[in-house]
Design a protein around this ligand. Structure first.
Ligand SMILES: Nc1ncnc2c1ncn2[C@@H]1O[C@H](COP(=O)(O)OP(=O)(O)O)[C@@H](O)[C@H]1O
Ligand SMILES: [Mg+2]
Length: 359
C-alpha cells in the first residue's frame, strides 16, 4: 500500500421509494488496499458497490476516483473491474474469448490481447483452459475465469460482490487464499462485499461493518474484533455476551460497574463514563471464565449466577448462566468443568481488558 487514496465516497446517500437505503457513506480506499464491506443482507453493500461502479447514481454525495469526481462518468469509463454475482461468463464464448472481451472492447491488437489473456489465465492458474467453454468448467474454475476477465484490463479498482457465495465451504476457503495471493501478486486495490464475517476478517486489510445503510465501524480486522465500538458490531462479529450495569467507583486502573445483585465487573479505566450512569457492557463469549467452586478462585470472577443450560457445540460447549440479578449470558468454553451442569452455582467474570463498554 502506498498510502495514496485511490477511491473515495463523500457523503453518498441513496433513497428508494422514500426509504433511505444509504445514509451519508464516507469511505477512503487506499491504493493497493483490500477492503471489505461487511454486513447483513439488505444493509446496502451492493448498492454501495453499484454507486462506485456507476450503475446507480447517488441522490447526494460524490464518488471520487484518483481525486476526481466521477458522478457523471459512465461505468465503462471508470476503469473498474467487476466480479458481480449477476455477471456470469458468456456461455457461447471460450475461456480465452471471455477473458479477451474487455481488451477487444478497447481495440487492442491481437498480439497484445494474446499475451495479456495468457498472463491473466496464468494468474488464476487456468493455463491450458483457453478453448474450454464455461459449461466445461467447475464452479470454482468459472469464478476464476471471471476474476481473470476483470483483472486483465488492469483496473484501477476491482469490485467483488459476494463472488464466492455459491461455492461450497471447502472450495470457498481455497478461493479465499487464491484471492489473497492474487491481491499480493498484482497489488490491485480491491473492494470486497460479503456478509460472511470470517471471510472479511481473513481477507481484508480493513473492514467496513455496515448496518442499515451506514458504516458503523471501519477498522483493521483485529480492531473490529477486539474493539467493536457499537453493540451491533460486537454482536455481528464473533459471539458476544451483553450485560446492563451501573457505573460505580473509579479506581486508578479500572472502573467498577455494578451488575445488580450479581456483583460487579471491572472495566478499563480509559472509558469516559460517569459515576451513577447506566451502561451496556459486552464481552466475547469465549473470554468469560467460570468457576464452580464454593469461593471464586480469582478476583476477576466477581459475578454470581446459576447454570441453566449446557449444550455441546463441537469444539466448545455453550453454557447459559442466569446471573443473580436475572440477566442471562451464554459462555463458550472449550473445556467446561464436569460439574458445570444446569443447577450449579458459579462465579464468573473476565479480564479487565476484555470488557467492552458500548453506547
Ligand atoms: N433498485 C432498487 N429499488 C428499490 N429498492 C432497492 C433497490 N436496490 C436495492 N434496494 C433495497 O435497498 C436495500 C439494500 O439493498 P442491497 O444494497 O442490495 O443490500 P445488500 O447487498 O447489503 O444485501 C434493500 O432493502 C433492498 O431491498
Ligand atoms: Mg448484495
Amino acid at each position: 500500500m502506498s498510502g495514496a487514496t485511490t477511491l473515495s465516497l463523500r457523503k453518498a446517500s441513496k433513497v428508494y421509494a422514500g426509504a433511505t437505503i444509504l445514509q451519508s457513506i464516507d469511505l477512503d480506499v487506499q491504493e493497493g488496499e483490500f477492503i471489505s464491506l461487511l454486513g447483513p443482507s439488505g444493509c446496502g453493500k451492493t448498492t454501495t458497490l453499484n454507486i462506485i461502479a456507476g450503475f446507480v447514481r447517488p441522490d447526494e454525495g460524490e464518488v471520487l476516483i484518483g481525486g476526481q469526481c466521477v458522478n457523471d462518468v459512465p461505468p465503462y469509463q471508470r476503469n473498474l473491474g467487476m466480479v458481480f454475482q449477476g455477471h456470469a461468463l458468456f456461455p457461447h464464448l471460450t475461456c480465452f474469448d471471455n477473458v479477451a472481451f474487455g481488451l477487444r472492447m478497447r481495440n487492442l491488437d491481437e498480439a497484445t490481447i494474446r499475451a495479456r489473456v495468457a498472463q491473466a489465465l496464468d494468474l488464476v492458474r487456468l493455463n491450458g483452459f483457453d478453448e474450454r467453454f464455461p459449461r466445461q468448467l467447475s464452479g470454482g474454475q468459472q469464478q476464476r475465469v471471471g476474476l481473470a476477465r476483470a483483472l486483465v484490463i488492469e483496473p484501477r479498482v476491482l469490485l467483488l460482490d459476494e463472488p464466492l457465495s455459491n461455492l461450497d465451504a471447502k472450495l470457498r476457503r481455497a478461493m479465499q487464499s487464491e484471492l489473497r495471493a492474487i491481491h499480493t501478486k498484482t497489488g490491485t486495490t480491491m473492494i470486497y462485499v460479503t456478509h460472511d464475517q470470517e471471510e472479511a476478517l481473513t481477507l481484508s486489510d480493513r473492514v467496513a461493518v455496515m448496518n442499515a445503510g451506514r458504516i458503523e465501524q471501519l477498522d483493521t480486522p483485529e480492531g473490529i474484533y477486539r474493539h467493536p465500538r457499537t453493540r451491533f458490531v460486537a454482536d455481528f462479529i464473533g459471539s458476544s455476551a451483553f450485560l446492563r450495569g451501573e457505573v460505580g467507583e473509579k479506581r486508578s486502573d479500572s472502573i467498577l460497574v455494578r451488575i445488580g445483585e450479581a456483583g460487579y465487573v471491572a472495566v478499563p479505566h480509559y472509558h469516559q463514563i460517569a459515576q451513577g450512569s447506566a451502561v451496556h457492557l459486552g464481552i466475547r463469549s469465549d473470554q468469560i471464565r467460570i468457576d464452580t467452586g464454593a469461593t471464586a478462585s480469582s478476583p476477576e470472577l466477581s459475578l454470581q449466577g446459576r447454570i441453566v443450560d449446557r449444550a455441546f457445540a463441537g469444539s466448545v460447549s455453550h453454557i447459559t448462566i442466569e446471573l443473580t440479578d436475572r440477566q442471562t449470558i451464554v459462555v463458550h468454553l472449550s473445556n467446561p468443568p464436569d460439574d458445570a451442569i444446569p443447577g450449579a452455582a458459579v462465579h464468573l467474570g473476565g479480564a479487565v481488558a476484555n470488557w467492552m463498554v458500548l453506547p
